[in-house]
Unconditional design. Structure first.
Length: 234
């Protein structure tokens, strides 16, 4: 039925979460093996908060580089299928909560990164932009030539989403005749709240576990998102 939905749609939007990238070897936060269920000196949500970044900067970067940078990860079939769907003119936008850049690696062009990207970094003092290597190559806290701290352009806990990203996402969701939600439990707000703007006639949910909108979906698929989207590549 998913294939028929795609063929009869002209403006498809994909809204995805961490489950899209787990098949590329990147752990999510909330599953049994996710970061929230691993043991650290502090809870992960504390270690990637604005307060922790400001007060325990060295420890922030130690955790960030060890657990949130996956630069060798490669796109899986889900990323590739979505890129193919965009190239075919069906998919108009990918809205992602992920910060790993795998959609772009797969070839997707119109990617709205609600939570930022590990590949963009900037000095908090002078705003100079830096590549991710400036973070990975630093033995301690990465510093700018002006001695300001270089931080990743990702949304930390206690920070708000970028208004421009939210506006872009809402505009696409409102125009969509088909919305595919994949690899997310829809438990992270305000990002998850954006789906309320969908007014199309085909809502598809692809997730291995139940969500609070299952009963509202026209089609619910309980399998790996890569497997569910694989037919886009054939």
């Amino acid at each position: 039925m998913l294939k028929e939905y795609v063929e009869s749609s002209n403006y498809i939007v994909f809204f995805g979460g961490a489950g899209v990238s787990t098949e590329s070897g990147i752990p999510d936060f909330r599953s049994v093996d996710g970061l929230y269920n691993q043991k650290w000196k502090y809870p992960p949500e504390v270690m990637i908060s604005r307060t922790f970044f400001e007060e325990k900067t060295a420890e922030f970067f130690e955790f960030y580089k060890a657990k949130l940078l996956h630069l060798d990860a490669q796109p899986n079939s889900a990323h590739l299928a979505l890129a193919a769907l965009e190239k075919a003119g069906k998919l108009k936008a990918v809205i992602t909560q992920n910060i790993d850049g795998l959609h772009q690696k797969a070839g997707s062009k119109n990617v709205i990164e609600l939570h930022g990207s590990v590949y963009r970094n900037y000095c908090v003092s002078c705003n100079t932009a830096y590549e991710v290597e400036k973070i990975t190559e630093a033995s301690d806290t990465p510093l700018c030539n002006c001695d300001g701290i270089i931080r990743p352009d990702v949304v930390l806990y206690e920070e708000t989403l970028d208004d421009n990203m939210i506006t872009k996402a809402i505009n696409h969701i409102r125009r969509a005749d088909m919305l595919i939600i994949g690899g997310t439990s829809l438990g992270v707000y305000p990002a998850a709240g954006l789906i309320q703007y969908f007014a199309g006639d085909k809502l598809v949910l692809i997730n291995k576990t139940a969500t609070h909108i299952d009963n509202d979906a026209d089609l619910v698929i309980r399998e790996n998102i890569g497997d569910a989207l694989l037919f886009f590549l054939t």
